[in-house]
Design a binder for this molecule. Structure first.
Ligand code: ARG
Ligand code: ZN
Length: 467
């Protein structure tokens, strides 16, 4: 939900009485950012998206993407006289609001439906026709966003890559259902999130794939992988696993990838036990690319894994544990503000530690002790993971992952195993499907522990080595 106050059009009068004594708020101008201090331009104010229906064509020969996005949304506070979507680059040919053609202004990464054309109030739809060659994002660990590969394209990145390929309210606090219909050359496979609704027959050398996710999804978690993939399907305990493994992997990496993906049902079972709540979705699986992205991403129901992780069987297994843990913490529970990134990465890294312990390796207590072995004057302790900063190397620092996991390991030692298990269960159950904050977590921890944990969290999430 956007938290940013709306700008009032014209005057400070927000309510007007009409003769029937019904008070109607005056139409306002939706803010061009949702109010996240780390990324002021991300997302937009005044509305909430229910669903994205994306109809996309991609031609690997030219890298041109052609799209029609139909966005179903609702105003949150007042009618909107003007509102914006996020869109980076790309040419917009036509925009309609509830079927009415409108003029738009492109201002940086904002696509603004200007005042004086339509007023939306309650539910509305926006349909945007657009095309162009998407610009890759350069501020990550390498190239991210829409990344071309030897045989096709991948869409993968965090925190805000969605706007590089479709018009969007690009912030995790506004999750929505997504249907992606994508047409590519007939010899290529197109993989996305959720359920495979249709694998069309070839028409004029192209084939349309339709993927659908009914459970709301943060925009950056929407993925697309087009290329030469081996796509397999199986069902285990009511969950459909669809895995896409790139044909271009070396034999050893392909073998490690398949072995790790084969363990997904077991890993999900372990994580359901650890979190004390069932896997949040009915679809699962993984996408292993032959590209060296340098990272993996918890794209909802179907994480993307760079080939880099599959050099050894143990590393392969841990990255799958990490990304599957994110399906609970990161995807089903998503961030209200990017500052709270440790709620994603700390939990996913803690899950790796817990898995390692369960496999008979180092215990969580030993891994915590390893971290606490870092001297107090080491720069490791200088970053406050509760407010890491917006740059890529701040938001995704080693500390956010490792100090984040250590915070949870220390909390478990502080509360005891049973109370900690209750905390994880209540956290993932009571906040299922919601945007969450650090304050909500620390409040719940305090409630479950029955003691004031303010000092504990201040020292673990702040600067300096905790005592
Ligand atoms: N959330 C991803 C993971 O934990 C990491 C994404 C890294 N992205 C970045 N821009 N540094 O695996
Ligand atoms: Zn992660």
């Amino acid at each position: 939900m956007p938290r940013r106050p709306l700008l009032v059009v014209g005057s400070l009068v927000v309510l007007t009485a009409c003769s029937t004594a019904v008070l109607r708020p005056l139409p306002v101008v939706g803010a061009t950012g949702i109010g996240d201090p780390y990324y002021p331009g991300d997302g937009n104010g005044g509305y909430d998206v229910d669903a994205y229906d994306l109809d996309i064509g991609y031609d690997p020969a030219t890298d041109v993407l052609t799209g029609t996005a139909t966005i179903t949304a609702r105003t949150t506070d007042a009618p909107l006289a003007s509102f914006s979507l996020d869109l980076v680059g790309l040419d917009v040919a036509d925009v309609r609001v509830d079927g009415t053609p409108v003029e738009v202004t492109r201002d940086g990464d904002e696509l603004v439906v200007d005042r004086g054309q339509v007023v939306v109030d309650g539910g509305f739809t926006v349909r945007v026709e657009y095309s162009g060659v998407p610009e890759p994002v350069q501020d990550g660990p390498g190239e991210s966003g829409v990344v071309t590969t030897d045989d096709g394209v991948l869409v993968v990145g965090q925190p805000d890559v969605a706007a590089t390929w479709f018009p969007v309210n690009d912030h995790p606090s506004d999750a929505a259902a997504v249907q992606l219909s994508v047409t590519v050359p007939q010899d290529l496979v197109a993989v996305s999130n959720g359920e495979l609704v249709e694998r069309g027959d070839p028409v004029d050398g192209a084939r349309t794939w339709v993927w659908r996710s009914d459970e709301p999804m943060a925009p950056y978690l929407v993925t697309l992988a087009v290329g030469d993939f081996d796509l397999t399907e199986r069902e285990v305990d009511g969950i459909t696993f669809r895995d896409a493994v790139a044909a271009g992997l070396t034999d050893r990496r392909a073998e490690n990838a398949r072995a790790a993906l084969d363990r997904q049902p077991e890993i999900l079972g372990f994580l359901a036990g650890m979190f004390g709540s069932p896997y949040p979705f009915t679809e699962a699986g993984g996408i292993v690319t032959a590209s060296s992205l340098g990272f993996a991403l918890e794209t909802q129901t179907r994480p993307i894994y760079a080939q880099d992780f599959f050099g050894s069987a143990s590393e392969a297994e841990l990255v799958v544990v990490h990304e599957l843990a994110h399906q609970w913490t990161g995807d089903d529970l998503r961030l209200d503000r990017w500052r709270d990134i440790w709620l994603n990465e700390g939990f996913a890294t803690y899950a790796e530690w817990a898995w390692t312990e369960a496999q008979g390796g180092e215990t969580v207590a030993e891994q915590l002790a390893d971290v606490l072995g870092t001297p107090a004057d080491d720069e490791f302790w200088e970053q406050a993971i509760g407010d890491p900063g917006p740059a890529g190397d701040e938001l995704f620092s080693e500390q956010v992952y490792v100090r984040g996991a250590a915070t949870l390991a220390a909390l478990r030692a502080e509360m005891g195993d049973d109370a900690f298990a209750e905390l994880l269960s209540r956290w993932t159950t009571e906040h299922a499907g919601q945007a969450v904050t650090t304050a909500e977590f620390t409040d719940l921890a305090t409630e479950v522990a029955g003691t004031d944990l303010t000092g504990f969290f201040d020292s673990w999430l702040g600067t300096g080595k905790p005592a």
